[in-house]
Design a protein around this ligand. Structure first.
Ligand code: ADP
Ligand code: MG
Length: 440
């Protein structure tokens, strides 16, 4: 990896500020999903085991610069304290004399958590004074908050002006997993993209266009493509102003030789609610007053066939309104199929809060190669953008030989190494090509 990590400095006797992403769902004062907390434990343990004391910094929710009682980090601290098996005091405020003293009193092996950094507006405003004060509590800064790496805030970016800054172990895993998709991916490479809207995913579709062999599109965003192809989608979620962009993407896919699979049949419902009347129709027969809420059984089969030869799969976004169990068949089928693919050796990377929630419901997260803890951050990374929270981390000295590795976030299409692997893969699969869902 191009960035220095916790392994690149000696934490012995140092106070290390660790930015974590503990923005977790909390219900009735309890953490409902602790995966992001568990994901940060290796970095914290590593630092403690190597003689550091650790000061944790996180946000929770969107308190917009004010103290909001329901957004206090106490439930998070309790959960983490149980995971670490040691006491974990939390300050009443990220600022103030009490906080400064608590930080100063820390001994090697001890952990302290600062209260929600977004209780001060300077966090999101990346206020210099705020960043400077936070930095004054410690000797080094470690960013392990991949989920917040696309935000230039005081505790993710500003603070690195005052302290040597390193990647945490989770951050390292995320960067390595996601940059493998941009740099050294094994072909055939398939991208399954769903979710509510095309907006927010256009950049990813663009940046992956030359890298991906097969796109599989589902969810609400498929509707905009279906309209671009001349279908009508009734009352379905549709971004009419993006139909032209969708058409361009279809054209680009055609030009670049990427397969672009859209649903051929969908589940339509009278209302997007539990218990609503629903049926399966071909995509050119969506009734006027109905909504497409899931991919249909024929599409599920086509998608599975298309994914069978894939050596790498990236999945973002559910293929239907899976929160309503009746409309979750497509998403569940995809989750199960990708788990099976991963078990038989394919690299399967999943990003996005809702997609991951769907996997969790089925208890399939452990089967995947990598589950990104960042939804927006993983998409921005795959758009090829440089994430500010990563840019500020110390670069590794360039390796003396051979020609330096491509830089993950900066790679442009022109810089991508020629793709003999992709060409070969295309050749190889030419005779086993699955039915193409009418991208033409
Ligand atoms: P992720 O969190 O995995 O990145 P998104 O946030 O982009 O995914 O999209 C998830 C949302 O998309 C879910 O709330 C789901 O209900 C919605 N969705 C999926 N398919 C449809 C559809 N056909 N119509 C409307 N909404 C949909
Ligand atoms: Mg989401």
């Amino acid at each position: 990896m191009q960035k220095q990590t916790v392994r690149d400095f000696d934490p012995q006797g140092k106070r290390v500020l660790v930015r974590v992403d503990f923005n977790v769902p909390i219900e009735d004062g309890k953490v409902k999903d602790d995966s992001r907390i568990r994901a940060a434990v290796p970095t914290i343990k590593y630092l403690l085991d190597h003689g550091a004391s650790v000061i944790l910094i996180s946000h929770l929710g969107r308190p917009k610069g004010k103290v909001v009682e329901s957004m206090r980090l106490r439930p998070v601290a309790q959960r983490l304290s149980a995971l670490l098996g040691r006491p974990l005091p939390i300050t009443g405020d990220p600022l103030g004399i009490g906080t400064r003293d608590a930080a100063a009193r820390l001994k090697p092996g001890q952990v302290l958590m600062l209260e929600n950094v977004r209780f001060h507006a300077e966090e999101e405003g990346n206020g210099g004074e705020y960043a400077k004060t936070l930095a004054s509590y410690g000797d080094a800064f470690v960013n392990d908050a991949f989920g917040t790496a696309h935000r230039a805030h005081a505790s993710t970016v500003g603070i690195a002006e005052y302290l040597p800054a390193y990647a945490g172990l989770l951050m390292e895993r995320e960067i390595e997993a996601l940059s493998s998709l941009l740099e050294s991916v094994r072909h055939p490479f398939a991208a399954v993209i769903g979710g509510a809207k095309v907006s927010g995913k256009l950049g990813v579709l663009d940046n992956l266009m030359d890298r991906v062999d097969t796109f599989l599109i589902g969810g609400g965003m498929a509707n905009t493509f279906l309209v671009a192809q001349g279908n009508s989608v009734g009352k379905s979620l549709l971004e009419r102003d993006l139909v032209d962009d969708a058409r361009k993407i279809l054209e680009n896919a055609e030009k670049s030789g990427a397969e672009f699979l859209l649903p051929t049949d969908v589940v339509v419902a009278k209302e997007v609610t539990r218990g609503a009347e629903h049926k399966v129709v071909p995509v050119n027969k969506i009734p006027n007053s109905w909504s497409a809420v899931d991919i249909g059984p024929q599409t599920i089969e086509t998608f599975k066939q298309a994914l069978e030869p894939a050596k790498t799969v990236f999945w973002n976004g559910p293929l239907g309104v899976f929160e309503v169990p009746t409309f979750g068949d497509g998403t569940r089928a995809m989750a199960r199929y990708l788990a099976a693919r991963a078990e038989s050796g394919a690299t399967v990377i999943v990003g996005g809060g809702d997609s991951v929630a769907a996997l969790e419901e089925l208890d399939l997260t452990d089967k995947m190669t990598h589950i990104s803890t960042g939804g927006g951050a993983s998409l921005e990374f795959l758009e090829g953008r440089e994430l500010p929270g990563i840019s500020v981390l110390r670069d590794r000295e360039p390796e003396p030989e051979p020609a330096a590795k491509a830089k993950p976030a900066k790679t442009t299409r022109a810089e991508v190494p020629a793709k003999p692997a992709k060409a070969a893969a295309k050749q190889a699969k030419a005779d086993t090509k699955p039915a193409k869902a009418a991208a033409k």
